[in-house]
Ligand binder design. Structure first.
Ligand code: NAD
Ligand code: MG
Length: 300
């Protein structure tokens, strides 16, 4: 069998390999905590040099404390954006991102807010405008997943939580933010390869991720005349706190091994796609879903 190509990041003198297997680990809470993970997810690529693509922009990122949202936050800061990071309660993880963003020289407002609350969107918009005066980019990225062996095992409570966090909050926060966006501004929603695959144990989660794809298309149509673009990113298996927090210790060991690239992705490998869609580089892209999944799906 061909040995998988292992990419690396870092300078020639500080070269790091991307892990292809993981020590077994499980966290008994969701959202999971990034600082407890081993190895630590790679959220920053030192070879990624910002070129001012988001200078002067204000970006709200939900789930920005960890995982994919954290990597997007750091790349956005390198491109000159100031940030608002929304998360449930992972204060230590959020502080790590805030430190990284401030080290780059950008501002970073931390907002621990439960997105299940009906007025979370209004709270986030008010705090953002008080702090920065305007909003340009919304990254709807918060998500939860609770694998279950059967349809009958999915309780009403789980169904409500999954739909509330994964899609209803996207809808409500977008509704609160859109009146403040202008031509050239952008929304990016994190969906999942699950919208296409529909894994047996993720019936409710996959349903919400399919809804995000359709929400993205409809909102893109609706906002096109205003010059506001709406797109989605569909990650495959990525090494983030969502993994040990939702799967058994045994499952995480080989995360991503079933992809054509035979490994999980690292959060930093998603960040340039969020920059593309949020910046003028993506000026003719709207209503689209970009797949970053090691080849797990080849058509959609
Ligand atoms: P993560 O745990 O780092 O991020 C999820 C975030 O959601 C958490 O940081 C948490 O703060 C936030 N969140 C959850 N419930 C919340 C609530 N009630 N209120 C406010 N915030 C809440 O994991 P991640 O993998 O980076 O997840 C980011 C997105 O990527 C999610 O939408 C997830 O479904 C999606 N995704 C992840 C993968 C993967 O393999 N990791 C694959 C496909 C899609
Ligand atoms: Mg988190």
């Amino acid at each position: 069998m061909m040995k998988p190509v292992i990419p690396y990041y870092g300078s020639m003198t500080d070269c790091k390999e991307v892990p292809i297997t993981f020590p077994p680990q499980h966290q008994d809470r969701q959202p999971g905590l990034e600082y407890l993970m081993n190895p630590q997810p790679i959220f920053d690529n030192p070879n990624y040099i910002g070129t001012g693509k988001l200078t002067g922009k204000i970006a709200i990122i939900t789930g920005g404390d960890s995982g994919i949202g954290r990597a997007a936050a750091v790349a956005f800061a390198k491109e000159g954006a100031d940030l608002v990071l929304v998360y449930l309660n992972e204060n230590q993880d959020a502080k790590t991102v805030q430190d990284a963003v401030q080290k780059i020289g950008r501002r970073c407002l931390l907002l621990p807010i439960d997105l299940r609350e009906r007025n979370a969107g209004e709270q986030i918009v008010t705090r953002t405008l008080e702090t920065y005066g305007h909003i340009n980019i919304l990254i709807n990225n918060a998500g939860v997943q609770f694998p279950q062996p059967s349809l009958e095992a999915i309780t009403d409570q789980q169904l409500e939580t999954t739909f509330n966090v994964n899609i209803e909050s996207f809808f409500r926060l977008s509704r609160a933010v859109v009146p403040h966006l202008h031509s050239g501004d952008s929304i990016v929603n994190t969906t999942s390869v699950q919208a296409n695959i529909g894994s047996s144990q993720l019936i409710d989660y996959a349903s919400t991720k399919g809804a995000i794809v359709s929400f993205t298309r409809a909102l893109a149509h609706n906002l096109a005349d205003k010059g506001i673009r709406v797109n989605a990113v569909a990650p495959g298996p990525i090494w983030t706190p969502l993994q040990p927090a939702s799967w058994s210790a045994d499952v995480v060991k080989t995360l991503g091994a079933d992809t054509p690239m035979k490994r999980a992705g690292q959060p930093y490998e998603l960040a340039p796609v969020y920059v593309l869609l949020a910046s003028d580089d993506g000026s003719y892209i709207t209503g689209q879903t970009i797949h970053v999944n090691g080849g797990q799906t080849m058509a959609s």
